[in-house]
Design a protein around this ligand. Structure first.
Ligand SMILES: [Zn+2]
Length: 238
């Protein structure tokens, strides 16, 4: 599984750069490649189930969603120690700062269990501008993780994948009578810019073999897609 590894020596480092800093242990799962998703739908359209491919795409999405939820928790003040996590242990570091101000960025995060540490500024730099932050989409990512865990057949897994990449971020402003779809959640889990991902989803093949459930998911997606994103220009991947 390929992952994004943050270069702790990058020029845009923020905060402390003392030796021994554990920032290089903060690793995020990459968004999923277009060609894999495309093949999944082409297969489905022909009634073919490639279990290896379903597993491959599903696992990549699973790890990506987990990365997003880890980032969201950290932004909210609860940073999971990456070193403990690799040992299968959950150890949470509670931040004092609640924003990304200079004072908050200088805050040292230190795991009481294993001694891993970095600064909030450095941690923040590992995820910003990487489509890993998405408050309004948290429910969609959680739903996928639960659905994929429950799925037994390859068909169930395809449905869980299909629902995830056709789900939305919602406007969660307090007092809003109805949650408004703000942007497609697919942009967090599939490679490319938001416009590219919307255009890519438009091009997915739906053949005669597609299930009723997938047709309904697609129809609901098209109905909710904010008009600003509909008809985005298609730019094939390089
Ligand atoms: Zn730890």
């Amino acid at each position: 599984m390929k992952s994004e590894v943050f270069d702790g020596n990058a020029e845009n480092n923020d905060g402390d750069a003392r030796a021994g800093n554990g920032i290089s242990e903060v690793v995020w799962a990459q968004p999923v490649r277009w060609d894999k998703i495309r093949r999944l739908y082409e297969n489905d359209a022909r009634g073919v189930v490639d279990e290896m491919l379903v597993e491959d795409v599903g696992l990549a999405l699973y790890l990506r969603c987990r990365s997003i939820l880890t980032v969201m928790a950290a932004a909210g003040g609860q940073v999971a120690c990456p070193r403990c996590e690799r040992e299968g242990v959950t150890s949470t570091i509670v931040r004092i700062g609640k924003d990304n101000s200079a004072a908050s960025r200088a805050e040292e995060l230190r795991c009481a269990r294993c001694g891993w540490w970095t600064t909030w500024g450095q941690y923040w730099q590992t995820y910003r501008n990487r489509q890993l932050y998405g408050a309004g989409g948290v429910e969609a990512f959680r739903t996928f993780l639960a659905g994929f865990d429950r799925a037994r057949s390859a068909r169930d897994k395809v449905h869980a994948i299909d629902r995830l990449i056709h789900s939305f971020h919602y406007n969660l402003k307090a007092g809003a009578k109805e949650h408004t779809p703000s942007r497609p959640a697919a942009a967090n889990v599939i490679e490319g810019s938001l416009g590219e991902v919307v255009a890519f989803l438009d091009q997915l093949t739906y053949g005669d073999a597609v299930t009723e459930e997938m047709r309904r998911t697609r129809a609901a997606y098209e109905e909710r897609l904010p008009h600003t994103w509909a008809g985005a220009r298609y730019s094939p991947p390089k």
